[in-house]
Design a protein around this ligand. Structure first.
Ligand code: ADP
Length: 395
């Protein structure tokens, strides 16, 4: 059984070819600058191949990927017939999808309806599906949604305090994102806890970051909202902000609505405060050399995470485990230490030595006496996509 996993963006796509039962990844890669010039980085057979080749549209890009998988030194399968099914990462499933589904015309129509909610992402996701259906007509396609895991939230968590008609007429509510990651990590945590009733907080800290409160395996609240801009301070996104700042910025900096949203999405967060980079590694380095804005950046990031952890611990009425995942969560011991320090009052005691160990395994980094477990759990969104695709399409 082999699943081709596709994550199609507006000018890029990421892919993997995975056996969902063994988790073995035969090949993976990234295509960038589609429609501009076209660059492919492909990893297979323990080596990395870089190609610069014209790709006017996503169709040529996917064709090139399939050719790379089946020919030359990069070959890992004899023909595309060896691929059993295709799993697509889809950003927005709105209220239609609370779990992964096999793609058919009805699913595509619903995703098209949802384009206003994810104007940058859903069109690319739909395009990826249509091209795969065209190039591999005898294979089933499965859509796996970033939003699906959070469909268990109660209205009191997902509603914004706006006139109710805005929800009814325009679907304005919190949807949440990073659902595949929150689902995978919380599930791993429950296995480690080996407990029937579980209260878990997952901190997915990457370029995009979000936190999720998970009760008995179900998302009850999460920090991202209608769009992935709400919540934590991120690489280039502001996260939570007084809505009044938007109109103030518009008048002070002579921006229109689109410009101001772009400003909050692309120019803010770690990049905006540090003035150095959106990459936390560079900010930590600058902080170590005494750069005050880098230090402020780290303090702000950690304070926000802590604020959400405490708020979710209250909502869960306790917490069995706090989990850290994604680029920052898995690698940045400094951030984990700063976030956990001062939370001893709620039974969170970090073991500094265990925290400094770095590997790719699930690991426990709390002291023996800590009432609350602290886990580092490497996320694996591709595995969730492959697993769901396999379970929906196996004969
Ligand atoms: P994306 O949201 O793009 O998938 P990732 O999960 O790859 O992001 O996380 C990227 C972030 O992780 C970057 O800010 C990067 O600096 C940070 N990161 C990766 N490794 C480390 C490290 N060793 N120490 C601190 N931060 C790290």
């Amino acid at each position: 059984m082999l699943v081709f996993i596709l994550n199609a963006g507006s000018s890029s796509l990421k892919y993997q070819l995975m056996n969902p039962t063994t988790q073995n990844v035969l090949a993976s890669g990234l295509v960038e600058r589609i429609g501009i010039d076209g660059r492919l980085v492909h990893i297979s057979n323990d080596s990395k191949t870089k190609l610069e080749i014209t790709m006017p549209t996503h169709k040529e890009a996917i064709e090139k990927v399939l050719e790379t998988l089946t020919t030359g030194d990069t070959k890992v399968i004899d023909s595309i017939e060896d691929i059993d099914s295709i799993g697509h990462r889809v950003v927005h499933g709105g209220e239609y999808f609370s779990k992964s589904v096999i793609v058919d015309q009805d699913v595509i129509s619903k995703l098209e309806e949802l384009i206003p909610l994810a104007p940058l992402h859903n069109p690319a996701n739909i395009l990826g599906m249509k091209i795969c259906m065209d190039l591999m007509p005898n294979k089933e396609n499965v859509a796996v949604f970033d939003t699906a895991f959070h469909q268990t939230m109660a209205p009191s968590s997902y509603m914004y305090a706006l006139p109710f008609e805005d929800y009814e007429d325009h679907g304005i509510r919190k949807y949440g994102f990073h659902g595949t990651s929150h689902s995978f990590v919380s599930n791993e945590a429950v296995k480690l806890l080996n407990k029937k009733d579980s209260k878990v907080i997952v901190c997915h800290l990457g370029n995009g970051s979000s936190i999720c409160a998970v009760r008995d395996g179900k998302s009850i609240d999460t920090s991202m909202g209608l769009t992935p801009l709400e919540g934590l301070m991120m690489g280039t996104r502001s996260g939570d902000i007084d809505a009044g700042v938007l109109s103030y910025l518009m008048s002070k900096k002579d921006m229109n609505a689109e410009e101001v949203v772009n400003y909050l999405n692309k120019k803010s967060g770690l990049l905006g405060i540090s003035g150095i980079s959106s990459d936390l590694r560079e900010i930590i380095e600058a902080g170590e050399q005494g750069n005050e804005r880098a230090e402020l950046c780290i303090d702000m990031k950690c304070k926000r995470i802590k604020k959400y952890i405490c708020s979710y611990a209250g909502m869960l009425e306790g917490v069995d485990a706090i989990c850290f995942t994604a680029g920052i969560g898995e690698n940045a011991d400094l951030i984990r230490e700063k976030v956990c320090s001062g939370l001893e009052f709620m039974g969170v005691e970090l073991d500094r030595e265990k925290n400094s160990i770095r590997n790719d395994e699930n690991r426990e980094i709390n002291t023996q006496n800590s009432k609350t477990k602290i886990f580092v759990i490497p996320t694996n969104e591709e595995f969730v996509i492959a697993k769901d695709t396999y379970s929906l399409t196996k004969a």
